[in-house]
Design a binder for this molecule. Structure first.
Ligand SMILES: [Zn+2]
Length: 267
């Protein structure tokens, strides 16, 4: 009888296991994010990821005169973990023009993204059917577009936004959402802190949280000061800026005009 009991218990257990395996959804181990390390000679390029992005973590520092330090194309979740980028010849963080995918940045630790020339710190060009840039996290981000640093007017060129567009494409920027982080975004000559490059539009900028400081039109030579803190570049129009939460401070270099702070600076 004891033997029979054991057998039936085994049968019951195996039946339970079968039922269990049928009723519980299959759990697969979560894929580890891809690690990327910036160095003075090594840029980071993120594209592909097939049917689903398993996440990316970028660490490291580059001040070695790369062209674009970080280039992103497609839909990706990207963690910036104490990233320090400067001295690039173009973009610190470049999202492909008219990228249809959504790019999510999560801030960890202290991050710096400094672009040069007319490029935006985090460059996002395109309006209409383009993806959304979302910024989350509890870390900090200092991000600046390039700005005029030459000594004569003939050397003048327009700067890029802290986060957003450049003057070059004349296409504007759109779909930027900030949910968290301590962010200081500075636009160069004629460019918004968050929004358009010089003479370029900005639309659909939403701030839901975080501490955001946006300074537009930082022009060391005072040749083309002004541009929205959040909005269009100098003489570039603005539509649909929404502040739902967080702490937001805006400044338009050389102007106290409300329209210049959230909106655009007159040419
Ligand atoms: Zn990815």
């Amino acid at each position: 009888m004891k033997h029979t009991f054991k057998k039936s218990l085994t049968y019951m257990l195996s039946t339970a296991l079968v039922i269990g395996s049928l009723s519980v959804p299959t759990v697969t181990a979560e894929a580890a994010p891809v690690q990327h390390v910036l160095t003075d000679t090594q840029a980071v390029v993120i594209d592909g990821c097939g049917n689903g992005c398993q996440g990316h973590v970028i660490t490291g520092s580059t001040w070695g005169s790369l062209e674009n330090a970080i280039t992103v194309s497609g839909t990706h979740d990207i963690t910036l973990d104490n990233v320090d980028v400067g001295n690039v010849t173009a973009c610190a963080f470049k999202i492909a023009d008219n990228n249809p995918g959504d790019v999510t940045i999560t801030l960890v630790g202290t991050n710096t993204l400094l672009s040069s020339g007319h490029h935006a710190g985090i460059e996002k060009i395109g309006v209409g059917d383009v993806g959304t840039l979302e910024i989350n996290g509890t870390g900090s981000l200092q991000v600046s577009g390039g700005y005029y640093q030459a000594n004569t007017a003939s050397d003048f060129h327009f700067g890029g936004a802290g986060i957003g567009g450049t003057w070059e494409a004349f296409e504007g920027t759109s779909n930027i959402v900030i949910n968290g982080g301590t962010i200081v975004a500075t636009g160069g000559a004629g460019a918004a802190g968050i929004g358009g490059g010089d003479a370029n539009t900005a639309s659909n900028i939403v701030i839901n949280g975080g501490s955001v400081t946006a300074i537009g039109g930082k022009d060391g030579q005072n040749l083309r000061i002004g541009a929205a803190g959040i909005g269009g570049g100098k003489a570039g129009s603005t539509s649909n800026i929404v502040i739902n939460g967080g702490s937001v401070y805006v400044e338009s270099e050389g102007s106290d005009n409300e329209a210049d702070l959230f909106g655009y600076a007159e040419d």
